[in-house]
Design a protein around this ligand. Sequence first.
Ligand SMILES: Cc1cc2nc3c(=O)[nH]c(=O)nc-3n(C[C@H](O)[C@H](O)[C@H](O)COP(=O)(O)O)c2cc1C
Length: 334
Amino acid sequence: MAIKDRKLDHLRIALNKDVQFREKTTWLEKVLLEYRCLPEIDLSDICLETEFLGRKLKAPIVVSGMVGGIAEAKKINKDIAKACEALGLGFGIGSQRAMLEDPKLTETYYVRDVAPNIFLAGNVGVTQIKDYSTDQMEQALDSIGADALAIHLNAAQEAVQRDGTPNFKGCLKEIARVARGLSRPVYVKEVGHGISFSVAKELAKTNIKAIDVQGAGGTSWVAIEALRSKNGFGKVFWDFGIPTASSIAECRKAFKGPIIASGGIRSGLDAVRAFVLGADLIGIALPVLKAQQRAGSKGVEQYLKRIIEEMRIALLLIGAKTPKEALGRGRLSL
Ligand SMILES: Cc1cc2nc3c(=O)[nH]c(=O)nc-3n(C[C@H](O)[C@H](O)[C@H](O)COP(=O)(O)O)c2cc1C
């Protein structure tokens, strides 16, 4: 099946079906925050400004990569990027494989005309990087003005996808090659099934600069693939993966660099629970896409503003002036 058709399937299913985990949650609701009823902080003093891979963000949010390579992606990417520009947040585009195969599709990813200042991440799948030289990847990042490259790890998705490429042999070496060879920082993300302690430890031996956990409990990519398949193949793995809260804690133990908490982050309160466990930033995907579909760039801006407001309040309630100060002000209680 052509990449374009598959991408369109993914988009339609994500928007029209319930593709969230069913029984497993992110476990973020199991993070007991240490409520300080005497916070001794003025809400207006809470500072969310963060640096990520050399760029300043006004709040610690990087919207996770979703679309590119199909006609629909052009407006979606621009709307989301425009909202991120207005709020000073980071943004990732969807997999650049389609434009690496057909450079004419670059315009479906290009957002620099509406978002000249945002932190912008390019994206490519780990099973595909062996097909491209670092020069080819550098060019693909140049052509959209990206600041960094996110390599996505998606073993669970590829394994159940009927037309997937589930050959993950030598991937760690490939990640190391790209992270060493590119002039931009490279980080690694899952797509909603989480990254474990031992994988993070392996990744820490490479030159990657951050980990975006994309844990279980939010959008299930296995669900999307199972809904695509004619006979529902893959449904048994619907809830497969490491809950986001656990993935954050595991990656924090194994990796010293910045950690993005993601996969099922649905409120500013979730974000602060993630900061308590050691995350530095958060990522959100599907709810942002849905906000874009509802009301374009304004819809995305409104949605993300709400998350930021909730984040500020949750920080106040644990007596933390910054996301960093949240670390340890609560615990995961299973
Ligand atoms: C429609 C759609 C397309 C996606 N495409 C990509 C992609 O191309 N590359 C990638 O790294 N992740 C992709 N993702 C995964 C998201 O970046 C994210 O990891 C996942 O949706 C979990 O976050 P959420 O629970 O906030 O939705 C996609 C997600 C959605 C909903």
